[in-house]
Design a protein around this ligand. Structure first.
Ligand code: BES
Ligand code: MN
Ligand code: ZN
Length: 459
């Protein structure tokens, strides 16, 4: 694929893209020759949001007009154009309120997953960046988002726990990070019983991937990502419709890795740790069963009420490990519940934290960066739903209400020493394409989290 951006000092001739509203269309056209104005009028272009017009000139394509909404200027105004414009080079012309955001939207929208589509063109449009935008910062975000999307889009036959681990190794190698793995029955020896139990039913061995980076004297930031490469539901098997998208059940791991790459790429002054429990929730004679009881790493015994609530189990052991060194900030990302989607839909993941100041910061930043999140409560009175008659806790709550909250409350039992803990119940998928958000695997929360983390540790 052609890189989506050209540097500001490129010698290549570029075509301007002008942002236009219904109200200022005639003003914008005033600078064009009469026959051009005529053309635009006859083309039916009115400056409606999302509309576009290719403007001809004596030497071919002279300009592009794109309709934007004046009252709600989406940063993704250009997201659609990056895919639909002819494979030429462009630059931002008039009408853009925020060049950096518009340019970011271009890059996010330019993404395509073409690994399995034979015979598609490699050429695509590119945008010359203005000299006053930070190309490195924009490219860092765009590359991180593409990494997360690529990983989610990869089908499970080509992405098992081992392949996920190699991808992590490849992605963190340029930053000199250390990587270790605990694989298969070693998980029992090193006391990760829940990760082992969930992954044991698969022929592809489960593992815990542990990445370390940065100065040990800096504040400790630990990211944990749910890495279920495929979720059949286990013996509590999912119906066909529920299983169809479950290759994306490592979306938390993909996003945690992408966030880690952003943090390392920017060289933030933190001691970073990335933990990915990577398993396949499969069905076999070795699969864990409803009614099984395991003693978790933390020491709490867990009764399995449902083998389809596997994500919280592998996270429990990984969070317990993370918590042992009392990190300053502990973040977990997971495609944890269908209930989160019932509550908030696919585009706005809920997050949970006990830290009100952190929540306020993340909430505001998420809207400011068009990476929207919504705080939901760790509502303690619902915790009793997790009670088990014969173990310390069940892995699912009785009653069936507030599934995303009770999942978060289950995780909370395994975190006690971290200064700030935040859990994000993400969807990691765009079911219906929108400007800047191509169909399929999606990065969620990482652009917002990156900003909050950068601010927290560089002030
Ligand atoms: N990976 C799923 C959650 C999921 C489903 C995320 C669909 C996004 C879309 C998770 O492992 C799961 O199956 N959760 C169950 C929990 C239930 C058994 C308590 C769910 O949400 O139905
Ligand atoms: Mn499940
Ligand atoms: Zn799952």
């Amino acid at each position: 694929m052609t890189p989506p951006y050209l540097p500001a000092d490129t010698a290549e001739a570029t075509i301007p893209i002008h942002a236009v509203t219904r109200a200022n269309l005639s003003e914008c056209l005033a600078g064009f020759p009469a026959e051009t104005r005529e053309f635009v009028e006859q083309s039916g272009f009115e400056g409606a949001a999302g509309q576009q017009c290719l403007v001809p000139g004596p030497e071919g394509l002279a300009a592009v007009l794109v309709g934007v909404n004046a009252t709600d200027p989406s940063p993704f105004a250009l997201g659609k154009l990056a895919q639909s414009l002819p494979a030429r080079a462009y630059h931002l012309g008039s009408g853009f309120l925020d060049a950096a955001t518009a340019s970011l939207g271009w890059g996010l929208g330019a993404y395509r997953f073409r690994t399995y589509k034979t015979g598609t063109s490699e050429r695509s449009a590119s945008l010359k960046l203005a000299s006053d935008v930070d190309q490195t910062a924009i490219e860092r975000e765009v590359a991180a988002v593409a990494l997360a999307r690529d990983l989610v889009n990869l089908p499970a036959n080509d992405l098992g726990p081992a392949e996920l681990a190699s991808t992590v190794r490849r992605a963190v190698a340029p930053f000199g990070a250390t990587v270790s793995e605990i694989i298969g029955d070693d998980l029992i020896r090193h006391n990760f019983p829940l990760i082992h139990a969930v992954g044991h039913g698969s022929d592809r061995a489960p593992r815990l991937i542990d990445v370390g980076w940065g100065n040990p004297d800096h504040p400790r930031v630990t990211l944990v990502g749910k890495g279920v490469v495929f979720d059949t539901g286990g013996l509590d098997i999912k119906p066909d419709t529920g299983m169809l998208l479950m290759k994306k059940d490592m979306g938390g791991a993909a996003n945690a890795l992408a966030l880690a790459v952003m943090i390392m790429g920017a060289g933030l002054p933190v001691r970073l740790r990335l933990l990915i429990p990577a398993v396949e929730n499969a069905i076999s004679g070795r699969a864990f069963r409803p009614g099984d009881i395991f003693k978790s790493r933390k020491g709490l015994t867990v009764e399995i009420g449902n083998t389809d609530a596997e994500g919280r189990l592998i996270l429990a052991d990984a969070l317990a490990l993370a918590d042992e060194e009392a990190p300053d900030l502990l973040v977990d990302l997971a495609t944890l519940t269908g209930a989160a989607r019932v509550a908030l839909g696919p585009d706005i993941p809920p997050f949970y934290t006990h830290d009100d100041a952190f929540a306020e910061e993340l909430q505001a930043t998420s809207f400011a960066t068009s990476d929207p999140l919504w705080r939901m409560p760790l509502w303690k009175p619902y915790e009793s739903g997790l009670d088990s008659k014969i173990a310390d806790t069940n892995n699912v709550a009785s009653g069936g209400f507030a599934g995303s909250i009770t999942a978060a409350l289950f995780l909370a039992k395994f975190v006690s020493a971290a200064r700030t803990w935040v859990h994000l119940d993400i969807y990691a998928w765009t079911p219906a394409e929108k400007p800047g958000k191509p169909f399929g695997g999606e990065a969620q929360a990482i652009r917002a989290l990156y900003r909050v983390i950068a601010k927290r540790y560089t002030q």
